[in-house]
Each structure stands twice: as C-alpha cells, then as structure tokens.
Design a protein around this ligand. Sequence first.
Ligand code: ARG
Length: 494
Amino acid sequence: MQRDLVRRGRLSDDRPEEVMHFLSSMTADHWIADMDVLVDMAHLLMLRKQGIIDSEAAHALMGALLGFYRDGIPAEAYDERFEDIHAGKEAMLIARVGEEFGGRLHMARSRNDEVATCIRMRLRRELVALMEETCTLRGVLLETAGAHLSTIMPGFTHLQHAQPTTLAHHLLAYEQALSRDFARFADAYVRLNECPLGSAAFASTGFPVDREYTASLLGFDRPMGNSMDAVSARDFALEALSACAAMTATTSRLCEEMAIWSTAFVRFVTLADGYSSTSSIMPQKKNPDTAEIMRAKTGTVAGALVSALTITKGLPMSYNRDLQELTPHLWRGVEAAEECLVVLAGLIRTATFNTDRMAEEAGKGFSTATELADVMVREFGLPFRTAHSIVGRAVKMGALDLDTLEAAAQEVAGLSLRTRGLTTGRIASALDPAISVAERGAIGGPAPAETGRACTERKEKRAADMALVSSRREAENTAVTRLIAEAERLAEHE
Ligand code: ARG
C-alpha cells in the first residue's frame, strides 16, 4: 500500500482517521481527476520541450499517464490517506514507473497551480453545459410560445388580475430572462479561461518553464499573469455560482407559477404524471413535487454562493487551505443549476396548458379597465388621469356599463361621456380581452403580431448562442485531441 509521499519527508504518518478524512479533498476531487491527467500531460510535454526532464523519464511517465487517460486512474489513488487526488495520483505513478522517473513530474509546479488549473478546466466544461442547457430550455419556451400566440390569459401584478395578455407573452418573458443567464455563463467563461499552471506555489519557479505552451495545450486563451493571484483567485467560482444563483432564481419563479397554475383554484396547467407525485395517505393527490424541489434548489445554489463568498473573504495572499473547502460548494451549485435546467425543460415540454380556463379568467377582475380608459383618452380627448379616475369610480360602483360610466364621469369630472360619443358597443369592444391584447403591439407587447415577430427574433438569437456553445466545445475538443496526439508522440518516439 502506497503512503502519501508528499508527507513522507517532513511529517510522521500517524494521523487519526478523522483527521485523514478532514484533510482530504478526495470526494470533490472526483470532479477534477480526469482534468488532472491532462494537466500532467501538458506539464510533462513542457518539461521535455524545455529540456527540464530527460527523454527516458519523460517517456516512462507519459506511458503511465496515457494508461491513466485510457483506463482511468487506479482506484487506490482515491483513498483518503492521500490528501488529494494530486498526491494519490503521484503515488500511483511512482508505483508504476519507480521514483527515479515518477518523482520528477512535480518539478516546477505545486499542487496550488495544479488544482487551480484543474478546477478551471472542469468548470469551463460545466459552463458550456449550462449554456447549452439554458438554450434547450429557451427552445422549449419558444416552441410553446409559438403555439400560443393567440392564447389569451390574464396577466397579474401583485398576483391580482391586472391586464389580459397571452401565454406566448408570458413564456417569452422567461425566455428573455434566460437569455441573460446564458450571457452571464458565457461571460464568466471568458474571464475563467486563463491558465494558472506554472505559477507553482505562488512565486512561480526558477525552472525555465514555457507557460504559453502549457496554456495553449490545455485550451486556455493565455497564461494567467501574476502568479500569486493565479493560485489564490477563486472569484471565477464566485462568478459562476452567482450566475447559477441568478438563473435558478428565475427558474424558481416559473416553478412557482407551475405550482400555482396547477391548483384546483387556477387550473391553467396540467403537469405530466412523470413530473408529479402523489400522497401516501390521500389517494386522490397529484402534487407538483418536481416544481417544488426545483424551487428549493435555488436555496441550495444561493447557499453554495454564500459559502464560497464567506470562505474567500479575508483570506490573506496567497494559497490557503481554506480554498479546498470552497470547491465542493462550487460543484454542488453547478450541479443543482444544471439539473434544474434539464428537468424544467421536460416539465414545460410535457405540460398541458388549459387554454379554456385561461380565456375564462382573462377578462375577470375588470382586467380590461386600462384599455377602456385608453379609449377615452384616444377617442374622446380626456387626460389619462381623468379617464383613469372615471373608470376606477365605475369599478367602485360595481359595473363598467354605459350608465355607470356616465354617472362616474359626472361625479369625478363633471362631464358626459355619452355626449362625447361613448356607446355600449364601444365599451364592449374595449372590454374584449382579445381586442385589448391586439391593441398592444408596441415592441415587447403581447399582440400576436408582435409576439410572432419576437419568436422569430428570439429563435435567431438562440441559434447564435448555440453556435457559441458549439465553438467553445469544439475548441476544447481540438485542444484535447492535440494534447493526446503530442503525448502519444512523446511516448512512442522519444
Ligand atoms: N487539495 C487542495 C485543494 O483542493 C490542493 C492542495 C494544496 N495543498 C497545499 N497544502 N498547499 O485546494
């Protein structure tokens, strides 16, 4: 059984079991283990190119690393007697090729720059996944919106019937919000994609390393500048987590609506059985548990963000072991955010919207009163505030018919609407929810012509965003393919 060789020189190895567990980042290191093998390969290629390591040692080491790449790192490397996967993997390499060769890989680096590089590489991949999953959900919202351009429903402010709108308008609101979440993930990627490798513990190294080369082998845009910042910065994690938190705050709103809309009071939606649960005692129950859990995931993600912020706050330069405690929060937050996007896309795709119920509610609660006031302004020349007061008073009197409006106009403003030309027919058309919606054709409004235009525009935006996803993914694949090819060349020919 290999021991943790990092500790061998300076420390005795009699750690209490609970301390081993306490010190080890092994559970979270499963997220970065594959990246670590790539980082090793890039580092080794650089050591060889720079003549820092001789060809025999490089050859032996690369052969072993390619073995880890193809068959996985040996399971023993994940044992918690190692403080982390970096130490565990190094012990396995030394077991495989001997210390004479295996003990040379860690020249010119530290676990500090190594782990920061691994986390950035894995997070980069997760950000691309988040971008893609955001696009998938946006696609579902756009498809559903496109099918409901003329599906009239009530819109709410303060959860009170406010003005009629359409289901398309409602869903497009979420799509637009999610497009900003996409932009936040994409933006976080840009700042993330710099390579800390070669910064060593924090003060860089006296070996003649080529940081441009390792950065490019690993698909980074450039090496990170200041080596002290490179090993100790975790603001990229804060950015990613805050983007996840903002995104789940939005998906949670939609889930809240699905829960409300599926109640017997509202009945705007029927969620598919696959996204529902029942009760162990009440046989009739169909509950929106998936939406509820997703609502709660916002708390998980926000908690991860707050944990990460609190851990980094006040840490003196440069690397401190506190940083190890941050990483699991990062993965927890990212994983929850991804799950939400995937599950919500399915929940909306399989939901049945009850358009009759929506239409039934659309005109309730005097929700077309604004349009009636607007008609008085546009057609009878009243100041908006006067029209607003007349209609408000008529609502207070209990009806929006010609007699009541006439009485309200006399009471509030001392004027007659009848003499200005208001008729029962004109009132009826102003109060028709579909007409009210059709009138609202300004940019961003619910009129079917406008939401139809918006759908087309948003689909184009989404396609452009998907193209960015593909190009990010392709760049990463190209880098990995090149790295492995170079690694194989070294293993075969040197
Ligand atoms: N496992 C550590 C982390 O996740 C990296 C190791 C650095 N250890 C050290 N004692 N400097 O941050």
